[in-house]
Ligand binder design. Structure first.
Ligand code: ADP
Ligand code: MG
Length: 333
């Protein structure tokens, strides 16, 4: 068994609160008609960052909140975190209304904010101990040492936070968010501006936590990342929800398919046939055809190319990815 699984299982049952939570069955997060208008500094209209967003995050999965910069992702997360006051609508975290039961709502969620902020003179161990103190967790129930192990920072236990690399700081933030053993972990753009190796490490950590039963919500504007990690994805754009579906269904919504065909001789020009959305001669002998997979099959497309007298030497196809879906849904590139 993996190390972290052991530590989490060791610790979870010690809290009656978390045990009780795991036995109840509301959605991890329920958001209902959430509106946020930021006040304008000049007293004018202000920015309408969320225009009545509603969705549920089911328990147990990895949920992706996707959208371009400025879509309203951080606003939504920060409302859940209690850092931003909503204008109207409601939100529940593990069945606890954020207005009516703010303490319980806060106890059931751990949030890794988009911006990294630490007091540079605290050590990782102290950062976690302070956070535990903030939640009123008594010494006996603290697990700073285990959390540092889980995020592979044991050897940095007593280093000043300011001496940590960007990646180590991110991992420390994840540990900090998990101090009170919340059943939900939210990561706001955990990989923005992060290198490939660190990204891999972060995803491994997220996957491990999820294996241990933690519901994960992450925001990202990397579509590929969401597609690989999340089992369900909601997309917001300009403060509006434009999709909320299992990842597989969302990907299937992209009806276009692309086939790249190499022929035996130089092409005289693009081949125009009904059902081809876009035809591009990318190299003298290579043709890229975008077609609607509801209306044609790859076999038909190849047949049409052959009917123009070409012999096909090579074929590759590309499955639609989230980028395609996003373009379809939002009409933006
Ligand atoms: P995302 O996290 O998806 O990039 P944000 O939630 O940060 O989007 O921002 C949504 C919109 O709200 C943007 O237009 C942004 O400029 C605006 N906004 C965010 N924070 C504030 C704020 N404190 N005051 C005024 N406008 C804000
Ligand atoms: Mg953001």
């Amino acid at each position: 068994m993996r190390r972290f699984a052991t530590t989490l299982k060791d610790f979870a049952p010690r809290s009656e609160f978390t045990t009780a939570l795991r036995m109840s069955n509301p959605p991890a997060i329920r958001i209902d008609n959430l509106v946020k208008r930021y006040a304008a500094p000049d007293g004018g209209e202000g920015k309408l960052a969320l225009k009545g967003v509603s969705f549920d995050v089911p328990q147990g999965g990895i949920f992706g909140l996707l959208g371009p910069n400025g879509a309203g992702k951080s606003t939504l997360i920060n409302i859940l975190a209690g850092l931003v006051t909503k204008t109207s609508g409601s939100a529940e975290i593990w069945g606890f209304d954020i207005d009516q039961q703010p303490r319980n709502a806060k106890r059931t969620i751990g949030i890794v904010p988009q911006e990294i902020v630490f007091d540079p003179f605290f050590t990782p161990f102290e950062v976690l101990e302070n956070q535990a103190g903030f939640y009123g967790i008594t010494k006996h129930f603290r697990r700073s040492k285990e959390l540092l192990e889980a995020v592979r920072l044991s050897d940095k236990r007593d280093a000043y936070a300011r001496t940590l690399s960007g990646g180590m700081k991110r991992r420390l933030l994840v540990a900090k968010a998990m101090v009170h053993s919340p059943p939900i972990l939210v990561l706001d753009e955990p990989t923005a501006g992060v290198d490939v190796e660190l990204r891999r490490q972060l995803w491994e950590l997220v996957a491990r936590l999820n294996d241990d039963g933690v519901t994960v919500v992450l925001t990202t504007h990397y579509l590929e990342e969401a597609e690989q990690l999340c089992d369900r994805i909601a997309i917001i754009n300009h403060g509006e929800l434009i999709a909320d579906k299992p990842t597989r269904e969302l990907v299937e919504m992209a009806r276009e398919k692309i086939v790249r065909i190499t022929v035996d001789r130089d092409l005289a020009g693009p081949i125009v046939e009904q059902g081809f959305h876009k035809v591009e001669v990318v190299e003298p002998r290579i043709l890229e055809i975008t077609y609607d997979r509801d209306k044609a099959s790859a076999g038909q497309v190849l047949g049409q190319v052959q009917s123009h007298g070409y012999t096909i030497e090579d074929v590759t196809t590309r499955e639609p990815d989230l980028e395609d879906v996003f373009v379809q849904l939002t009409g933006t590139g």
